[in-house]
Design a protein around this ligand. Structure first.
Ligand SMILES: [Zn+2]
Length: 374
């Protein structure tokens, strides 16, 4: 940490010179500092989306979401516990752009229409263009895992596998809203229903963190632009592939209209499942995560509550225990009880095997929150 004088209000404060941009804690001025020359340059395109919710409301939203997913909503309050709620204002680079993509490829003919026998005749050439505009967000923190789940916020409508961390800001910050009293309350305060998150942004000021810690800006603008371009190229590549069986050529041109820096409120909550019944002794009680945005309380992403896989593990343990009991009883009371023990052992083995099969699949499975709130 280094002490620097603010170029605007002249107040001294401590700064981490590894950060790309520095923020004065007194007057909220954002500036860069050149270590060699000692020059400070003001950065003026810095905005913040005010945090609008508190920890109690986040807890309520998570509970409400769990109730929607549960086949017996009444049990949620007894069996699910929110163990931790934490909010943070994260910096993102926001790049406004238009992307224009041209593609060509090959589509396979319907099998029974192949009259021509020349080589390659079963394929038809196909081409097309599409154009999209985005306000693309790229995280300005080095470690994408400081807040669980923010590394994969992009959930496109198309069936495309996302493995980039950037996301279209507007569609992300308008999804996952749960219509309960909190949502209504936020709307009454005149924000959510009248303004999209982006339009509610203010010039950066620490006070709009509204109790959330504001994290420093670590990623350079140039890197963010480069990453943004890569994300869009990959996304559009996936989109083009949906049109053809074989993509041959693709060309995407990006027109960057502007770049700005935006601090965005995110909340992460952890919850556990602790059943009231005898099952609790067998349940692993693993902590699961949910990410809520702090503008209108939209649930952006989350890990599903008790999944079949866990139920199968519980089943495995219960039947294995029963098998053991009957084997002991078989040895002590009557040999016919071995048969019952054997039956439970088979059930335990089969369910353990199936649970293992599912485990790998479910490890990657993230919730489509829109489905849950629809
Ligand atoms: Zn200052």
């Amino acid at each position: 940490m280094h002490e620097l004088l603010c170029p605007s209000c002249n107040a001294p404060s401590q700064h981490d010179l590894q950060d790309y941009l520095l923020m004065c804690p007194f007057c909220s001025t954002t500036f860069s500092f050149d270590k060699e020359s000692g020059t400070k340059t003001l950065y003026t395109d810095h905005y913040i989306i005010p945090n609008g919710i508190d920890a109690g409301q986040v807890k309520g939203l998570v509970k409400e979401w769990l109730k929607r997913l549960h086949h017996q909503p009444g049990r949620v309050d007894k069996e699910y516990f929110v163990t931790e709620v934490q909010g943070v204002s994260l910096p993102c680079w926001l790049i406004s752009l238009e992307a224009h993509t041209k593609w060509q490829g090959l589509v396979k003919r319907q099998a029974n229409r192949a009259i021509d026998t020349a080589a390659g005749s079963e394929y038809l050439p196909e081409s097309g263009v599409f154009r999209r505009t985005y306000r693309w967000a790229v995280h300005a923190r080095r470690n994408l895992h400081e807040v669980w789940g923010v590394d994969l916020l992009h959930e496109p409508k198309e069936s495309v596998r996302v493995d980039w961390d950037g996301f279209p800001f507007d569609s992300t910050f308008s999804r996952g809203q749960i219509n309960l009293s909190l949502g209504a309350k936020i709307q009454k305060e005149g924000r959510a229903d009248t303004l999209a998150a982006y339009d509610a942004r203010e010039m950066f000021d620490f006070k709009f963190g509204n109790s959330l810690p504001i994290l420093g800006i670590q990623v350079e603008e140039e890197e963010a632009l480069r990453r943004c371009k890569t994300h869009i190229m990959r996304y559009h590549h996936e989109l083009a592939k949906l049109h053809v069986d074989q993509l041959v050529d693709i060309r995407s041109e990006l027109e960057i209209a502007g770049t700005q820096l935006l601090h965005v409120p995110f909340w992460q909550a952890k919850y556990v499942y602790r059943p009231v019944s005898v099952l609790k002794h067998f349940s692993p009680a693993r902590e699961k995560h949910v990410v809520v945005e702090g503008y209108a309380g939209g649930l952006l992403t989350g890990e599903l509550p008790i999944v079949k896989n866990e139920k199968m593990w519980i089943n495995t343990w219960v039947t294995a225990a029963l098998a053991l009991v009957f084997f002991i009883a078989g040895a002590g009371i009557h040999p016919s009880l071995f048969l019952v023990g054997g039956f439970f052992l088979v059930v335990a083995l089969v369910s353990g095997y199936l649970a293992t099969l599912r485990a790998s699949k479910e490890a990657q499975e993230k919730l489509k929150l829109l489905d849950a709130s629809a």
